[in-house]
Design a protein around this ligand. Structure first.
Ligand SMILES: [Zn+2]
Length: 280
């Protein structure tokens, strides 16, 4: 829907007809991540190969394995390092749609081709051979934390996980990595003073089956809206809130009812996205 040159997805009806979800090929434009991670789109996207050194795509039936070329290069470099370090083969899930943009449900971010979800678990079949199309869409991810009890699932923990997260975190292209708070706590408990790499590892809801890697805006990409870099202590007090009474009340739905906030207008998408939508 075009309103005054800006794309607006305010109503449920508009969401039901989300044009971004119908576009199956990247735009034939120069690559750019346009707007912010939660309100933007992607021109000139690259498709991630199904499999390569150190990685295997999963859930490819969703058509969300596109990214800014910077993300594709990062994922390939990172996967190569994972393989060289003997850490197996990572399984990469959702990235962005062919032209980025918003999803009707699920992700809020992943809109500009700079976000990728990577499973903590590695299926033994994918270590040995390429997965079939059916397997890519149906093999199960293994959770490392119980999101309801808010505790680590020890029997699923794997010593490779901290090493893989550290490789990603120490890449200068990476700005943030989201993990379940219980996983962040476990990493902090075991890191001792060698914990500078944990600054970028941020506790967040969900993320018990996968971690989410977010790259900074690519250099020279003027249309990309950056986030403030993280400046927190690697294992500072901000982690404590996730284990507070207030948090558990929210988790268990026993928090006192708050005044319902006024619904806020969704900001319009960047003007440039109208061209991305219409480009060949
Ligand atoms: Zn994600």
């Amino acid at each position: 829907m075009l309103l005054g040159g800006a794309l607006v997805f305010g109503s449920t009806a508009a969401l039901a007809a989300n044009p971004w979800e119908g576009l199956k090929s990247p735009s034939q434009q120069d690559p750019a991540s346009i707007g912010s991670y939660t309100n933007g789109c992607l021109s000139g996207a690259r498709e991630m190969p199904l499999r390569g050194e150190g990685f295997q795509l999963v859930r490819t039936g969703r058509d969300r394995h596109y990214g800014n070329p910077t993300l594709i290069h990062f994922l390939q470099d990172f996967s190569n390092e994972v393989a060289q370090e003997g850490l197996g083969r990572i399984q990469i899930g959702d990235m962005s749609m062919a032209r980025g943009g918003p999803f009707s449900s699920g992700h809020r971010s992943h809109q500009t081709g700079l976000d990728a979800d990577i499973w903590y678990s590695q299926d033994s079949r994918s270590l040995q051979r390429p997965l079939s199309g059916w397997e890519r869409d149906n093999i199960a991810a293994v959770p490392l934390a119980d999101a309801r009890k808010h505790s680590l699932i020890r029997e699923n923990w794997n010593g490779k996980v901290p090493r893989i997260l550290r490789l990603a975190s120490e890449d200068p292209r990476v700005e943030r990595i989201f993990v379940h708070p219980t996983i962040k706590r476990e990493l902090c408990n075991n890191a001792g003073s060698d914990n500078a790499w944990l600054s970028k590892i941020r506790p967040w809801w969900g993320h018990n089956y996968h971690f989410h890697v977010r790259l900074a805006c690519p250099e020279g990409d003027a249309s990309c809206v950056p986030q403030a870099p993280v400046r927190n202590e690697p294992c500072g007090a901000d982690l404590d809130w996730w284990f507070s009474d207030e948090f558990y009340a929210m988790l268990n739905g026993t928090a006192p009812a708050k005044e319902k906030p006024e619904p806020t207008e969704k900001p319009p998408m960047p003007q440039q996205c109208a061209q991305v939508l219409q480009a060949r």
